[in-house]
Write a protein that binds this ligand. Structure first.
Ligand SMILES: NC(=O)c1ccc[n+]([C@@H]2O[C@H](COP(=O)([O-])OP(=O)(O)OC[C@H]3O[C@@H](n4cnc5c(N)ncnc54)[C@H](O)[C@@H]3O)[C@@H](O)[C@H]2O)c1
Length: 421
């Protein structure tokens, strides 16, 4: 059934590339559109920049002759299905939907009767119906629900998670009207094990924001708890482990240096922005969680100051190693990472910093930051180190055994030199 279908996946990033690969494997002819020429060139050369997609898997897709990475929308002409997976960042704290707008406009010009267009990017409830549909209709002269179908299906990809991948994770699906829902669900049923239909795109859009806001708020809770527990002389990590033995009514979240990535620091603000815009009210939980999580890098610096103070030193002029810069373990994604804020603050205070993170691509490495390896030479050359992200490829035992003080924001190290968040 999928053999003759032409699928356009717009955006070949962390979300779009896995969708494209799976669809090729299920028999679709896939045009993977990305305006980033460097990414297109890398994909064409069989070089995957997304950790969850191996070069070998990409090579098989390319060899099938059914995967075309391209920067040219025209290659998608005559598509049966288009999936939009472009970024939805914040610009000056406000939702920036320009990527959805421009990709929608490009797809509209290629839209033909009978096609399905599905948005996957995370966004506020109403985007699919109030923003995307008018763009598709005006650019094509066709009518949604009559000539073509539109739906929304949030992505739940968890980079680096080897248990819950794209195929195993249930996928929420929606459409504008019952026929669109059937079309959208029918499409995803060919890609994933389980689809979860909801009655309209708004419910699906809100479900995604609820999932991320839930995490954001709970992380803020344990972060604030970690700050107070330290002051009270209580080991918060042990308390969290103990509480986690409760088999019902508790879910484990861990403190850390702050939140990062494309989702947590961004998505809840889409929701609070909409609540303020439409209802004139503030979403207090989101705003409080933002406050606390945004403060964590500053708190980490404060703890570093105290550590240095113990040996009669100041931040200014101190040599500090930042270990693990990506926002998440075993990922090379540095977007919105708390490490970036840490770097900024430490620079302001005059520290001499060196970063260690083998996962981050050269062109995404923070500008002007010297790059080191976690080895004895590095450890001998710094005054203090902070473990920000505990990648599996880091020699944590070396860090634990080192002579100089280490601030561990992930509770992964043991040793007399180690201080936990
Ligand atoms: N990364 C995650 O873990 C994750 C999880 C769930 C949902 N999401 C959501 O999915 C969406 C995409 O996130 P991502 O992490 O894949 O982003 P990404 O930056 O890795 O990929 C998006 C790609 O879209 C391309 N692009 C931008 N505008 C374009 C256009 N007009 N036409 C074609 N290509 C264009 C960019 O060059 C980029 O390569 C976001 O809304 C995000 O919130 C991300």
């Amino acid at each position: 059934m999928t053999q003759n279908k032409k699928l356009a996946v717009v955006g070949q990033g962390y979300v779009g590339l896995p969708v494209a690969m799976r669809a090729v494997e299920q028999g679709y002819g896939v045009v993977g559109i990305d305006l980033d020429q460097r990414r297109v060139a890398a994909l064409r050369a069989g070089d995957s920049y997304v950790e969850d997609i191996s070069d070998a898997r990409l090579a098989v897709a390319l060899a099938s002759g059914r995967y075309l990475p391209t920067a040219d929308y025209d290659d998608a002409r005559g598509y049966d299905i288009a999936v939009i997976t472009v970024p939805t960042p914040l610009r000056e704290s406000l939702p920036d939907l320009t990527f959805i707008e421009s990709s929608g406009a490009s797809l509209a010009g290629l839209l033909r009767p009978g096609a399905i267009v599905i948005l996957e990017s995370t966004t506020y409830p109403g985007t699919t119906e109030e923003l995307l549909i008018p763009i598709l209709e005006s650019g094509s002269g066709l009518v949604a629900g009559v000539d073509f179908h539109v739906g929304y299906s949030p992505e739940r990809i968890d980079p680096g998670n080897t248990t819950w991948g794209f195929v195993q994770t249930p996928k929420v699906v929606s459409g504008v009207g019952p026929e669109a829902l059937a079309a959208v669900q029918g499409f995803y049923d060919t890609l994933v094990d389980t689809t979860v239909p909801v009655s309209s795109p708004k419910e699906a859009e809100l479900a995604k924001l609820l999932e991320n806001t839930f995490r954001h708020v709970n992380i803020a809770l344990v972060n604030e708890l970690a700050i107070f527990a330290h002051q009270l002389g209580v080991n918060v990590w042990e308390s969290i482990d103990a509480a986690s033995t409760k088999p019902f009514g508790f879910m484990k979240f861990l403190p850390g240096p702050g939140v990062g990535g494309h989702c947590l620091p961004v998505d809840p603000s889409y929701l609070s922005w909409q609540v303020r815009r439409k209802l004139g009210q503030s979403f207090r939980f989101v705003e409080l969680a933002n406050d606390i999580n945004d403060h964590m890098p500053q708190y980490v610096v404060q703890r570093l100051m105290l550590l240095l103070n113990d040996s009669g030193r100041a931040i200014r002029g101190a040599k500090i190693a930042l270990i693990g810069l990506a926002y998440k373990r075993n990922s090379g994604d540095i977007r919105e990472s708390p490490a970036l804020r840490l770097i900024e603050i430490l620079r302001e205070y005059g520290a001499d910093i060196v970063g260690v993170d083998g996962h981050i691509e050269e062109h995404r490495w923070p500008e002007g930051l010297s790059r080191g390896e976690l080895d004895q030479t590095l450890l001998d050359s710094v005054d203090v180190a902070v473990l920000i992200t505990d990648h599996d490829n880091l020699d944590l035992a070396l860090l634990s055994a080192s002579a100089m003080p280490v601030l561990d924001t992930r509770n992964r190290l043991a040793g007399k030199n180690v201080e936990r968040l």
